[in-house]
Design a protein around this ligand. Structure first.
Ligand code: AQP
Length: 345
């Protein structure tokens, strides 16, 4: 068996995406979007897609999907993604994602996918009835990344395992079809310490999620000040005051989550938050957290409201982004097709 080539020498590229399965929330922002914005000034080429192919792996309303794609694109821009620097586009507007996904389905091994914990979480108890697309979702994700030969992928911590799978798929393709070349880079996750895992306001053991049936579980990027304050007031806590050390938060998931959110919103550390609030109860801490969240979200929600009102402009941005993305993806899918030996007339 030949060595796996890993000495990729192409340019740095960034790829990330979010599902248009609902409005974006603070977890999406702190875990990923914030870093997307920072990376677009790094000099690397950035591709940020709205992953509508992934969205149909679970049941949804087709009539609402185009609006949700526009809404996600508007949220990207409201958060600071600049369409003149980064390509913002719908995944379905770039056919090479699906084409490369098929090739990768024939590269990935069943056992690799069976280890993916997100499938187990999302499929729940009735995995037999889940769509095959939900099961092979991480293979499509590998194609999303590698169709741009992306080297870095800014994501929240929940995506770490999928990124490892993308690396395995890239290495296996390189080994089996690369003729000694590192055709694909082994993409690196870009996961930050702060905000990488924001939990539900109702359950400190579940991540904040768009598809949680309770809107009170999350702070949406378009929530107004009263809604944010109400959700934080209702957030689950325990009766103890805030402790002095971070270690004491380990057995208190809801407290740890709220302290972590405050730290991420105010750009400080968990230790510094505890220095300020140790000994105080949630009655004192929650209003401060609500103020910080309102101050943080207000410019994003204001900008989102302005952008979402101009549908033609969002469509223009998405078309422009798709042109750039197609131009980058087409040579890569052509190379992959040639390497696996597809017929060329
Ligand atoms: N709670 C979170 N904390 C930190 N980061 C998070 N991300 C999601 N939730 C959190 C990051 O946001 C990006 C987009 O995620 P996605 O839209 O692909 O789907 P997801 O991870 O499954 O997010 P949701 O909100 O939970 O969506 P649904 O409910 O549709 O499944 C990713 O980088 C993710 O890490």
């Amino acid at each position: 068996m030949s060595e796996t080539p890993t000495d990729y020498t192409g340019p740095e590229r960034i790829l990330s995406g979010m599902q248009p399965t609902g409005g974006l929330h603070l977890g999406n922002y702190l875990g990923a979007l914030k870093w997307w914005v920072a990376l677009q000034n790094s000099g690397a080429e950035c591709f940020y897609c709205v992953v509508d192919l992934h969205a149909i792996t679970v049941a949804g309303d087709p009539a609402r999907l185009p609006g949700r794609v526009r809404s996600a694109a508007a949220a990207y821009m409201a958060a600071g993604v600049d369409p003149s620097k980064s390509a913002i586009f719908a995944q379905s507007a770039v056919p090479a994602h699906a084409e490369l996904a098929w090739i990768f389905q024939c590269v990935a091994r069943l056992g690799w996918l069976e280890r993916m914990t997100q499938f187990k979480d999302k499929a729940g108890k009735d995995a037999e009835r889940a769509s095959v697309g939900l099961f092979t979702y991480p293979v499509l994700q590998a194609a999303d990344i590698l169709v741009y030969k992306a080297t870095h992928v800014p994501v929240g911590e929940d995506q770490k395992q999928h990124l490892e799978l993308s690396r395995d798929i890239a290495a296996r393709f390189n080994r089996d079809f690369g003729n000694g070349d590192a055709v694909f880079p082994l993409p690196e996750p870009v996961i930050q310490d702060h905000g990488a895992r924001i939990m539900s306001l109702k359950d400190g053991a579940a991540k904040m999620s768009k598809s949680d049936p309770s809107d009170n579980s999350r702070i949406n990027l378009d929530d107004d000040a009263d809604t944010i304050a109400r959700k934080i007031k209702k957030a689950k806590t325990d009766p103890e005051p805030l402790p002095e050390s971070e270690a004491e938060l380990n057995s208190r998931p809801e407290a740890r989550n709220l302290v972590g959110i405050y730290a991420a919103l105010t750009g400080t550390s968990v230790e510094a938050v505890l220095d300020e609030f140790a000994g105080q109860g949630f009655g004192a801490f929650k209003p401060k957290l609500a103020d910080a969240a309102v101050e943080f979200i207000a410019p994003i929600s204001g900008e989102y409201a302005r952008l979402i009102a101009d549908r033609a402009e969002i469509d223009r941005v998405l078309r422009l982004g798709a042109e750039r993305a197609n131009a980058a993806a087409e040579p890569v899918i052509a190379e992959a097709k040639r390497l696996v030996g597809y017929w060329r007339g």
